[in-house]
Design a protein around this ligand. Sequence first.
Ligand code: ADP
Ligand code: MG
Length: 399
Amino acid sequence: MSTISPLLPGVQPDGRAATLGVLGGGQLGRMFVHAAQALGYDTVVLDPDPSSPAGRASHHFIQADYQDENALHQLAAQAHAVTTEFENVPAAALAALARTLAVSPVAEAVAIAQDRVREKAHFARCAARSGVAPAPYAVISSEADLAAVPVALLPGILKTARLGYDGKGQARVNNHAELAAAWQRMGRAACVLEQLLPLAAECSVIVARGRDGQVVSLPAQRNLHRSGILAVTEVYEQNLPSKQVHQAQEATINIANELDYVGVLCVEYFVLEGGTLVVNEMAPRPHNSGHYTVDACDQSQFDLQVRTLTGLPLVPPRQHSAAVMLNLLGDLWFDVEGAARTPPWADLLALPGAHLHLYGKAQARPGRKMGHLTFTGADAASVRAQALRAAEMLGMEAF
Ligand code: ADP
Ligand code: MG
């Protein structure tokens, strides 16, 4: 048990309601706010967007840049503990807040997850114990690195070390000439080149680790990406081979322990055609592939984030329903001719086990995450059947 007492909901010694702050106002922050409010906490969100999804759901909202010192002071004055929903929040902002209040995850863990070079080095170190290594890769930060790339890494994927997400900041390259051209296009920024691997499946594992080192984990999620963006997550018995599920869970716990991590951490994996498990990347926060937990588990990934932030007890979460989640991207708000349309919400909600989550974003754009639709039920076959009907009604490709 932790010797530090938890931050309980209710009035604090300073006379104010216990308030949880979040850096970033996107959908992850919005669902964190919902979970915190259910437990009786007040919330404060900092985001530059005046109509951010989390800001609109929160008790308090600070509209400012993440590096705005006055805004960070205001956040520190209003919140009793602070978390982040966005790994590209400057680690320095987290470090500054940590001088006066509880912050999780800590700046150092976020800094590692922000930088693919440091992230891969951490994974390579952890592989000594877990046996789960990253894809073969090379760091490219100079002409000399470029010239030294072994031909065995080609064809490969060039990824910028920083600020990539949803397949952005990536280029597939077949040979040295394409690699050199892609690196030029990326402004010769620090990158990693990874070997292009034959994927049989993709999965992710979410763990929550408390400040006393206790870890709980959620089931391995099977993820389908399209154009580099998560499209479908399926979570039920036998969604993946059990050997790889076990390996991925052990490897994720090891990665969290080796970071001395506090908070919710998601690690993404590839299952290769031969069955080898490869670690891809991590997010120091709840993850899109964990949204099903809100409807299918007795504790969601956001409940776990609240508990790790406040130091409340961690109890192993239990999935009570099979689940399939469909990501609702902005593309669905347009018909084939490109004319604006409203997806058939009422018809979708007539399907058994449908849980619709919309993030309150006013403007739909192709590729923008507008919401998600989770189906829950007693068994995989019936849940998949409803999710496939929904996909057809939405005009999404079957899976
Ligand atoms: P992002 O930060 O954009 O999520 P990822 O590194 O997870 O970046 O890559 C996005 C997707 O691209 C992955 O989910 C996977 O489908 C594909 N991908 C990435 N790296 C590789 C690789 N080395 N071999 C094959 N496919 C890959
Ligand atoms: Mg990814």
